[in-house]
Each structure stands twice: as structure tokens, then as C-alpha cells.
Write a protein that binds this ligand. Structure first.
Ligand SMILES: *[C@@H]1O[C@H](CO)[C@@H](O)[C@H](O)[C@H]1NC(C)=O
Ligand SMILES: *[C@@H]1O[C@H](CO)[C@@H](O)[C@H](O)[C@H]1NC(C)=O
Ligand SMILES: *[C@@H]1O[C@H](CO)[C@@H](O)[C@H](O)[C@H]1NC(C)=O
Ligand SMILES: *[C@@H]1O[C@H](CO)[C@@H](O)[C@H](O)[C@H]1NC(C)=O
Ligand SMILES: *[C@@H]1O[C@H](CO)[C@@H](O)[C@H](O)[C@H]1NC(C)=O
Ligand SMILES: *[C@@H]1O[C@H](CO)[C@@H](O)[C@H](O)[C@H]1NC(C)=O
Ligand SMILES: *[C@@H]1O[C@H](CO)[C@@H](O)[C@H](O)[C@H]1NC(C)=O
Ligand SMILES: *[C@@H]1O[C@H](CO)[C@@H](O)[C@H](O)[C@H]1NC(C)=O
Ligand SMILES: *[C@@H]1O[C@H](CO)[C@@H](O)[C@H](O)[C@H]1NC(C)=O
Ligand SMILES: *[C@@H]1O[C@H](CO)[C@@H](O)[C@H](O)[C@H]1NC(C)=O
Ligand SMILES: *[C@@H]1O[C@H](CO)[C@@H](O)[C@H](O)[C@H]1NC(C)=O
Ligand SMILES: *[C@@H]1O[C@H](CO)[C@@H](O)[C@H](O)[C@H]1NC(C)=O
Length: 424
């Protein structure tokens, strides 16, 4: 069995060299001519040569360079050296031509098959391009005719960058700035270039992002930016009124400052030639505290009545400091008539703070003298004073009732009493 195979191989290998030689296909454009040379035999003048077409029909034959004949129907020419010249190939398709070479004795020396592929030339391509709504550029390279066209592309004169998707005679990609695109169409028999086309597809703007940050001074710093979009144009409105923004570091962001009291509704609109997007936001920034208004009045017993409040400020916290000691802290409502002993000069200050600011107002060396000379220190005098006071107290009550009946407020009566106390 093995022996048989080896024998068979030997037989095959002993066949004449060049027998049934296959060559690379020869491509010819439709209506063009082709010269077919005999592979391995550039000059067969002294030999006999026959050419047959794909159907095995004899096309030409010669015995020597001066005696040959060829079929008249064939638009072809036999040369002295054995080459066959085909004038015009008018059918698209493959045809295998066969050539056989003999010695003058008639002994065959070689045969060869030549595959001739007739194809149509490509026509000059036309480029057309369009932009999709999402900003993608679609570019087609179109031809009228041509067999098996292959496409290649140039972007600004060099190979396409890798950001393009190439699929046959189509490419897609982003062209946010103008690029010059051209295409080349080719096949084995022809090559054609398109004209240069400038492609530009603006990218639509994305929905803008708003960021409000409240500043220490109570103003709002409002940022608006887009993540994408060619040449975005910004416009603003605050509570429905147009407002001017200013560009930040890049064309895709803008800033707007709203002075205190910074609250309301902000709208940012971003647009370009092909798109428009908007975003809106309600905001409210804390107002910094204003300077506290501090009021100190005296009572007859040497105490002071302290009141403190601020005109403006979000969520204020009040503290009262007396001679460096905090006597009241973190009151979220204004201080009204807080009583402090002030029989010797003292320093009083009121501090108000909120998330954004702290303000303080103070009085120094304030003194509320005690009526009737507690300073003398005589018990008698004290007793008299107590007596006076209780007497005054009962008078006061009567007075108070009367005044209340008249609809007046207690606070005023207290003031009057204090005044009267001094005059006693
Ligand atoms: C080939 O020749 C035929 C006949 O003359 C003609 O009709 C045809 O347009 C030609 N084709 C090409 C591609 O030249
Ligand atoms: C055969 O002769 C033709 C015509 O003279 C010539 O064009 C061709 O190149 C020759 N072929 C070879 C293989 O030299
Ligand atoms: C070519 O062949 C013809 C016919 O066989 C013969 O008459 C002629 O002498 C030959 N010419 C040459 C140059 O061999
Ligand atoms: C013609 O020949 C070419 C080249 O060898 C081959 O690619 C193609 O498929 C052939 N076409 C036909 C129709 O046989
Ligand atoms: C190219 O032009 C043709 C005809 O005008 C049109 O049908 C096609 O959609 C265009 N292609 C592109 C990508 O614009
Ligand atoms: C595109 O081509 C035009 C005309 O040839 C040229 O003026 C322009 O600079 C080119 N643009 C680029 C980006 O190469
Ligand atoms: C362009 O592309 C071709 C084919 O892909 C490649 O052979 C050539 O080297 C490329 N040229 C440059 C400059 O990258
Ligand atoms: C290219 O094609 C891939 C896969 O289809 C896709 O993910 C990508 O987004 C495309 N890129 C462009 C620029 O079209
Ligand atoms: C807004 O910007 C500030 C700083 O500028 C940042 O701390 C904050 O996280 C941002 N807020 C949002 C919602 O992006
Ligand atoms: C532009 O400003 C924003 C906000 O301050 C910042 O987040 C961004 O990184 C800046 N971009 C550049 C390119 O400087
Ligand atoms: C916007 O309107 C709100 C509610 O009407 C109002 O409180 C706010 O003060 C307004 N803001 C500005 C800056 O006018
Ligand atoms: C976009 O608008 C600008 C001017 O507003 C104009 O110069 C440009 O040609 C426009 N581009 C497109 C693609 O419409």
C-alpha cells in the first residue's frame, strides 16, 4: 500500500516540468487588451505553439515564426515569440487560456493555463455626507460602476484617524471641527479619487448642569455647564427675568452671581445651531446676620435689662456676654429684657452668629446705680427702702391694673416705675 503511494508520487513527479503550470490571474479591464506571454518561454520562435481559449477552441497556432495561422473571429494577434495579444476583451468574467509548446518534432514540452479575469473599471466616486441628529457624520463614497471596488479614505490628506468607523463605502464618526475627507476607490485594474469634501457636524449640547453655591456674603454663585456640544451659547433668567452670565474658563461653562438676598428660580438655557437644552433650579441662600441692636436699660435695684436682636440673618443664634462671661448662649430667638446685675461698671456685648457670619455689638463700662443709696450700707436705710419699695409696689399694682384696663402694655409701666424709683 505504502509502496504503491510512493510509486504514484514518483510517477507524478516525473511528469514534464511546467506541465499544467498555473499562474497568477491576469486582470484586464473591460474593453482593454492584454498580452499573454508563455510562462517560462519568453521566446518560442523555434518552437511550435498552440493557444486555446476557455472553451478549448483553437485560437492560433504556429509552427515557426514565419508560418502561423490564427482564427479570424478572434480579435487577437500571435507574435513571433509565441505571445498572444488579445485586442479587446468585451465580456466581464473569467476565462482560462491554455497554451501548449511543442518541439519541432511534435513532442510536447509544456502547457500552461492563464486565468484572465475581465472586470469593469471603477468610475470616479462621489462623496456625500450628512450629519445625524446626535452629531454623527455619515459619509458615503458612491460609484456608478466597477467590479469589486475597494475603498480607502483620507482625512486632511493622511490616513483616517482610528476614531472613524469604516464599513465598506461608508464611514461614520464625529467631526466637531471641519475636516477634509476624500475617498479612493480601486480594483486591480483601476483607481479613482473623489473630490475633497469638507465635513463638519456640530455636536448637540447636552442638558446643562446647574450648581448653586452660597457665598459668605449671602450671594449665590451659580454655575451652568454642558458636558458636550459644539460652540454652546448660554442664556439665563432669574425669576423669569433675563440675566447676563459671564464665561468661566471655557466656552462650555458660565457663571452668574446673584446678590443677597439670593433666592428664587434660576434657568439656564444652552443652545447651538442644532440643539437647545435647559435646566432650572430653585435656590435660597442663607442671609448673613446684620449688626446686633443692643439695648440696655436700668432697674432701680441696680440690675440692667438687656435686649438684643438683628434686623436680618437666617437662623441666628444669640449669645450674651457679661464681663467676659457668657451668660446666655445659643438662644435662637432675640433676647428680650434679660436681667443683669450692674451695680458696678460692666461690659456687655451681644454676639449673633449663623452658618455664614458672626456679628457682635457691645457697651463698655455700663453702670446702673441703685436707688436710695444701697452703697451707704445702713440697714435702716435699707429697711426704709424696703418699706418704700413695698409701698411703691402696692401703688404700682394699682397703677398697673388701671393701665392694663386702659389697654397699655406692661413694659411701658415698668419703665415709668424705674424712672420714678430714681426720683425718690
Ligand atoms: C465596452 O465596449 C462596448 C461596445 O463598444 C461599449 O458599449 C461599452 O460601453 C464599453 N464599456 C466600457 C466600460 O468601456
Ligand atoms: C513578444 O513579442 C511582442 C511583440 O514584439 C512583445 O511585445 C512581447 O513583449 C514579447 N514577449 C516577451 C515575453 O518578450
Ligand atoms: C517554417 O515552416 C514552413 C512550413 O513548415 C517552412 O516552409 C519554412 O521553411 C520554415 N521556416 C523556418 C525559418 O524554419
Ligand atoms: C474569477 O477569478 C478571480 C481570480 O482568481 C476569482 O477571485 C473569482 O472568484 C473568479 N470569478 C468567477 C466568477 O469564477
Ligand atoms: C447621498 O446622496 C444620496 C442621493 O442624493 C442620498 O440618497 C443619500 O442619503 C446621501 N447619503 C448621505 C450619507 O448623505
Ligand atoms: C481643507 O481644504 C481646504 C481647501 O483645499 C483648505 O483650505 C483647508 O485648509 C483644508 N482644511 C484642513 C483642516 O486641512
Ligand atoms: C495608511 O494606511 C495604509 C493602509 O492601511 C498603510 O499602508 C500606510 O502605511 C498608512 N500610512 C500612514 C502614513 O499611516
Ligand atoms: C463604531 O462602532 C462601534 C461598534 O459598532 C460603536 O460602539 C462605536 O460607538 C462606533 N463609533 C462611532 C464613532 O461611530
Ligand atoms: C457645587 O459646587 C461646589 C463647589 O463649587 C461643590 O462643593 C458641590 O458639590 C457642587 N454641587 C453639585 C451638586 O455639583
Ligand atoms: C473650569 O472650571 C470648572 C469649575 O471651576 C472646573 O471644574 C473645570 O475643571 C475647569 N476646566 C478647565 C479646563 O480649567
Ligand atoms: C424670586 O422670586 C421669589 C419668590 O417669588 C422671591 O422670594 C425672590 O426674592 C425673587 N428673587 C429675586 C432675585 O428677585
Ligand atoms: C452655525 O451658526 C453660525 C452662526 O451662528 C454659522 O456661522 C454656521 O455656519 C452655522 N453652522 C451650521 C452647521 O449651521
Amino acid at each position: 500500500m505504502c509502496l504503491l503511494l510512493v510509486l504514484l508520487l514518483c510517477v507524478l513527479m516525473s511528469l514534464p516540468k511546467g506541465w499544467a503550470a498555473e499562474t497568477d490571474p491576469v486582470y484586464v479591464a473591460l474593453n482593454d487588451s492584454v498580452l499573454l506571454n508563455i510562462p517560462g518561454y519568453p521566446n518560442a520562435e523555434k518552437l511550435q505553439v498552440t493557444w486555446k481559449d476557455g472553451n478549448g477552441i483553437l485560437m492560433g497556432k504556429f509552427k515557426n515564426s514565419s508560418s502561423y495561422k490564427q482564427r479570424t473571429v478572434c480579435e487577437c494577434e500571435l507574435f513571433r515569440n509565441g505571445s498572444l495579444y488579445l485586442n479587446r476583451l468585451d465580456t466581464v468574467g473569467n476565462e482560462t487560456y491554455k497554451v501548449e509548446v511543442f518541439e519541432q518534432s511534435g513532442k510536447s514540452i509544456t502547457t500552461a493555463s492563464l486565468l484572465v479575469t475581465v472586470i469593469e473599471k471603477v468610475s470616479a466616486p462621489r462623496l456625500n455626507s450628512s450629519c445625524s441628529p446626535d452629531g454623527l457624520a455619515l459619509i458615503g463614497c458612491e460609484i456608478q460602476g466597477g467590479t469589486d471596488p475597494q475603498y480607502s479614505w483620507l482625512e486632511n490628506g493622511v490616513n483616517l484617524s482610528s476614531s472613524w468607523n469604516v464599513s465598506g463605502n461608508w464611514i461614520s464618526g464625529f467631526a466637531p471641527v471641519p475636516v477634509n475627507i476624500s475617498c479612493c476607490v480601486w480594483n486591480p485594474v483601476s483607481e479613482e479619487w473623489s473630490q475633497l469634501v469638507s465635513v463638519f457636524c456640530p455636536i448637540p449640547v447636552s442638558v446643562p448642569t446647574l450648581n448653586v453655591s452660597c457665598q459668605r456674603d449671602g450671594s449665590a454663585r451659580i454655575l451652568c455647564w454642558t458636558d458636550s456640544g459644539t460652540d454652546p451659547v448660554f442664556s439665563w433668567s432669574l425669576n423669569g427675568t433675563d440675566k447676563q452670565g459671564s464665561p468661566l474658563n471655557q466656552s462650555w461653562s458660565q457663571i452668574s452671581i446673584v446678590p443677597p438676598p439670593a433666592e428664587g428660580n434660576i434657568l439656564c438655557v444652552v443652545s447651538n445651531n442644532i440643539s437647545l437644552e435647559r435646566n432650572t433650579m430653585n435656590f435660597s441662600c442663607p442671609v448673613p446676620v446684620s449688626d446686633p441692636v443692643l439695648e440696655v436699660s436700668c432697674l432701680t435695684n441696680g440690675s440692667a435689662l438687656v435686649s438684643c436682636k438683628v434686623e436680618s440673618g437666617t437662623n441666628p443664634f444669640y449669645s450674651l456676654i457679661h464681663n467676659g462671661k457668657t451668660v446666655y448662649e445659643n438662644s435662637s430667638s432675640p433676647l428680650v429684657n434679660v436681667s443683669l446685675p450692674l451695680s458696678s461698671p460692666g461690659n456687655i456685648s451681644c454676639s449673633v452668629r449663623n452658618r455664614f457670619s458672626t456679628k457682635e455689638t457691645g457697651v463698655q463700662g455700663r453702670y446702673c446705680p441703685v436707688a436710695g443709696g444701697v452703697a451707704v450700707g445702713r440697714i435702716m436705710t435699707m429697711a426704709v427702702f424696703v418699706l418704700y419699695s413695698s409701698l411703691l409696689g402696692s401703688m404700682l399694682w394699682t397703677l398697673l391694673r388701671m393701665r392694663r384696663d386702659e389697654g397699655e402694655e406692661t413694659i411701658y409701666i415698668n419703665n415709668i416705675v424705674a424712672q420714678e424709683g430714681f426720683s425718690i
